[in-house]
Design a protein around this ligand. Structure first.
Ligand code: ASP
Length: 431
C-alpha cells in the first residue's frame, strides 16, 4: 500500500473510531485512559519527531539559501528575476489565504469548554515550546529579532532570532573567500539532507501518528471538531484554487504573455505528478521535461529556474501555513492583532522559502510560525489528521508556481516566444 493510502486509512480509522467512542462511550474513564496512554502518546511521538528537526532545519535551509544567493548573483539578471517572481507569487498566495481565513473564519465559535478540552488534550505534551520571541507588533519586535545569543535563541525556539542569525551567517559566508566557505556549505548541505531524511522517516510513522491524533480529538469532541476541520480544509482548497485559476493565470497572461488555458492544458503531467507524490523535489524531473517539451522553454532557463523554484518557491505552502496558523488561533481563541497577522504572513512567506520540497516538508516550520505569533505549537496536532490532502494540493500549486516563473523568465530573458506553444494547440495566444 502506498504511504498516502496508509495515511488516509489512518485518518479514516482514527476519525471513525474516535467518533464511535464519543457517541457510545462519551466521557467513560477508559476513553480518557486510552487517549492519554495510547492514542495521545503515539500522536505526540510523531509530532516530536518532526519538531526535533525544526532548529537545524531552519538554520541550515536559510543559511544555505542565502549562501547560494552568492552564486545566483553571479547568474545575474536571470537569478534576480526568478527571485523577484518567486517572492511576488508567494506573497500574493499568502495574502489570498489570510484574507479568506479572515472572511470565512472557519475556527471561530468553538464553545469555551470545548476549547479548554482541546487545550488540555495537547498541553504539556510538548512542554516548554512557547516561542521566546516577542509577539506584539512594535519597535520591540524589531529589536528582539536580533538575538543576544543564537544558542539561547535556538534553545528557546525563538525562531525569529534563529532566522535572523541564519540570514546574517549565510550572508557572511558569501563574503569570506570561497575556498573557506565551501567546506562548511557542503557540511550544511549534508545536514539539510539528513534532516529531510528524518522528516521522510517520520512520515512513515504518519499513518499511526495521524490515527492517534485524530482519535484523541474526535473521541473528545465528536462532530463539532470535524465540522470545523472540514471548513478549514475547504478554505485552504478554495484559496489554492483561487491562486491557481486567478493569480497564477493572470501572471502567466500578463508577465509571460501566454494564454493561461494553453498553459494549464500543457502542464497537466506536472499537476498529476505533484498531486500524487506531494513532493516538489520528486516532481522536478517531470517539471523540467514539461517546461522544455510542452512549453518550449529553453533548457538553460528551465534548468535554472525550476530547480531553484522547487527549493525556494512554494506558493501553496505559504498559503497553507497562513491559513492554518490563523485557523488554529481562531480555534483556540488566541486573538491576533493585524500586526500579528502581518508577522504570521511574513513568516509564512519566509518559512515557505525554507521548506524542503518533500512530503510534509513544511510541517516543522508551521510550528515555528505558530510559536512566534503565540499559538502553542503543539496544537498543530489538530490539523495533522487532514494534512495529507492539503499537502497533495499545496504541492501542486508549488510546482505550478515554479512553471509560471519559468514562463516569465523565459519571456523576459530569452528568445522564447509564447507563439511556439500556442501554435500547436489551436487556442488563441494571449499576447
Ligand atoms: N510537500 C510540499 C512540497 O514538496 C512541501 C510542504 O508544504 O510540505 O512542495
Amino acid at each position: 500500500m502506498k504511504l498516502y493510502t496508509k495515511i488516509f486509512v489512518g485518518l479514516l480509522a482514527g476519525g471513525l473510531s474516535g467518533l464511535a467512542v464519543n457517541v457510545w462511550a462519551g466521557r467513560a474513564t477508559w476513553v480518557h485512559w486510552v487517549d492519554t496512554n495510547v492514542a495521545g502518546p503515539v500522536g505526540q511521538i510523531f509530532l516530536r519527531l518532526l519538531l526535533m528537526t525544526v532548529v537545524p532545519l531552519v538554520f541550515t535551509s536559510i543559511t544555505l539559501g542565502v549562501a547560494q544567493l552568492g552564486d545566483i548573483r553571479k547568474v545575474g539578471r536571470v537569478g534576480a528575476r526568478s527571485l523577484a517572481y518567486f517572492l511576488l507569487s508567494t506573497v500574493i498566495s499568502t495574502v489570498i489565504g489570510i484574507l479568506l481565513v479572515n472572511v470565512v473564519r472557519p475556527g471561530v465559535g468553538v464553545p469555551v469548554e470545548v476549547r479548554q478540552q482541546l487545550l488540555d488534550a495537547y498541553r504539556g505534551q510538548v512542554a516548554g515550546l512557547q516561542a521566546g520571541g516577542s509577539t506584539t507588533f512594535g519597535v520591540d519586535l524589531f529589536v528582539n529579532i536580533v538575538p543576544r545569543n543564537p544558542i539561547q535563541a535556538a534553545a528557546n525556539l525563538d525562531m525569529l532570532g534563529i532566522i535572523c542569525f541564519a540570514l546574517v551567517f549565510g550572508a557572511a559566508l558569501t563574503l569570506i573567500p570561497e575556498e573557506k566557505a565551501r567546506p562548511l556549505v557542503r557540511v550544511l548541505d549534508a545536514v539539510a539532507e539528513a534532516i529531510a531524511k528524518i522528516i521522510g522517516m517520520a512520515m512513515h510513522l504518519a499513518p499511526y501518528g495521524v490515527f492517534g491524533l485524530i482519535f484523541v480529538v474526535t473521541s473528545l469532541l465528536g462532530w463539532d471538531i470535524l465540522r470545523k476541520l472540514l471548513a478549514y480544509v475547504l478554505v485552504v482548497l478554495v484559496g489554492l484554487l483561487i491562486h491557481g485559476t486567478v493569480s497564477l493565470s493572470l501572471l502567466v497572461r500578463f508577465l509571460g504573455g501566454l494564454n493561461p488555458l494553453v498553459f494549464w492544458r500543457r502542464i497537466s503531467p506536472s499537476v498529476v505528478t505533484a498531486f500524487t507524490t506531494s513532493s516538489s523535489n520528486a516532481t522536478l524531473p517531470t517539471n523540467i521535461a514539461v517546461a522544455e517539451q510542452e512549453l518550449k522553454i529553453p533548457p538553460r532557463i528551465a534548468g535554472f529556474v525550476l530547480p531553484l523554484g522547487s527549493t525556494m518557491c512554494h506558493n501553496g505552502t505559504a498559503l497553507y501555513e497562513g491559513v492554518t496558523v490563523l485557523f488554529l488561533a481562531q480555534l483556540f481563541g488566541v486573538n491576533l492583532t493585524v500586526g500579528q497577522q502581518v508577522i504570521a504572513m511574513v513568516l509564512s512567506v519566509i518559512t515557505a522559502v525554507g521548506t524542503a520540497g518533500v512530503p510534509g516538508g513544511s510541517l516543522p516550520l508551521l510550528m515555528v510560525v505558530c510559536a512566534t505569533v503565540g499559538v502553542p505549537p503543539e496544537v498543530v496536532g489538530v490539523v495533522y489528521g487532514v494534512e495529507r490532502i492539503l499537502d497533495m494540493s499545496r504541492t501542486t500549486l508549488n510546482v505550478c508556481g515554479d512553471l509560471t516563473a519559468a514562463v516569465y523568465v523565459a519571456r523576459t530573458e530569452s528568445e522564447w516566444d509564447p507563439r511556439l506553444v500556442t501554435a500547436q494547440t489551436g487556442l488563441p495566444q494571449a499576447a
